[in-house]
Design a protein around this ligand. Structure first.
Ligand code: CP
Length: 310
């Protein structure tokens, strides 16, 4: 089985069969990761560069670990400390790295569309590790994997994305994926952080009242306020945001059911979520991080077009 696409630029471009193939392959890799020797030779002699033009903890370490578990050779590039500060362009930087016989590129960039631009100019597979406010496809895939692992399936499940929908690439990738997989999707948050077009464009629900949103859902994916991407004042203060849209254990306990809590990280404790909710047994935040390695192994393996990994 093969993916219908050469690159993973976004969930928007994937077919449901691609998503199912990635998730089922990730299940097999998760089994590998439970073994005493957590390594397979699948990508031996494959060299992958992780190009990070924007900060990251989880995604960067997760990709690097996934590459190592697949026996690939890995290179890590950070824009800070590189010749980017001397004016070198993205394309020149990448072409110089590729001339050293690199086979695949993982890239995070603050500019929306940067990996799509690169895909038009270089011959190797690109994995988008987050581009501006556009997409973060492997985050949505690991979120889907984690929900499926917890609830058995995605189809028919009610998932709410809470918070800064306007600036969140995690939200957009999740909306694409969940809709393709047959889940019911809602976005919730302050009106200023939810694009006006979103309900019609994606056929999803919008709710401005957090309690009603949580009452409706099976799963709540709580998003960070992306202050670094906001160039205007969209809410009065973080304290007031937290009072209206912060998730805490008292609120979770007031619901007449036990919902599952996700967060892509990094968490701003006390803003979008309190510690008593983030660390509660309803939270699968660290399982998401664990599953990210298996999901990224699956993506890299499938894009490399290798035949067997055992
Ligand atoms: N979820 C996520 O993308 O986290 P990082 O920014 O730490 O990679």
């Amino acid at each position: 089985m093969q993916l219908s696409t050469k690159h993973l630029l976004g969930i928007k471009d994937l077919q449901l069969s691609d998503i199912e193939l990635i998730l089922s392959t990730a299940t097999q890799f998760k089994e590998v990761l439970q073994r005493p020797i957590k390594k397979v030779p699948s990508l031996r002699d494959t060299t992958i560069v992780n190009l990070f033009y924007e900060n990251s903890t989880r995604t960067r370490i997760s990709f690097e670990l996934a590459e190592k578990r697949l026996s690939a050779d890995t290179l890590n590039f950070s824009a800070s400390g590189s010749s980017v500060s001397k004016g070198e362009t993205l394309l020149d930087t990448v072409n110089n790295i590729l001339s050293m016989k690199v086979d695949m590129v993982v890239m995070r960039h603050s500019a929306t569309g940067a990996p799509h631009f690169l895909a038009k100019h270089i011959p190797v597979a690109i994995v988008n590790a987050g581009d501006g406010i556009n997409e973060h496809p492997t985050q949505a895939l690991l979120d889907a994997f984690s929900i499926k692992e917890k609830l058995g399936k995605l189809e028919g499940k009610k998932v709410v994305l809470v918070g800064d929908i306007m600036h969140s690439r995690v939200a957009l990738s999740n909306i694409y994926l969940l809709k393709k997989a047959g889940a019911e999707v809602m976005v919730a948050g302050p009106p200023t952080l939810i694009p006006k077009y979103i309900s019609k464009a994606f056929d999803i629900r919008v709710e401005y009242n957090l309690e009603k949103a949580l009452q409706w859902c099976d799963v709540a994916n709580i998003l960070r306020i992306q202050l670094e991407r906001q160039n205007q004042v969209l809410f009065s203060s973080l304290r007031e945001y937290s009072l209206s849209y912060g998730v805490n254990k008292k609120l979770l306990d007031s619901l007449n059911k036990e919902i599952v809590i996700l967060h892509p990280g990094p968490i701003n404790r006390g803003v979008e979520i309190d510690s008593d909710a983030a660390d509660s047994k309803q939270s699968i935040i660290l399982q998401q991080v664990e599953n990210g390695v298996a999901v990224r192994m699956a993506v890299l393996y499938l894009l490399s077009n290798k035949q067997s990994f055992a």
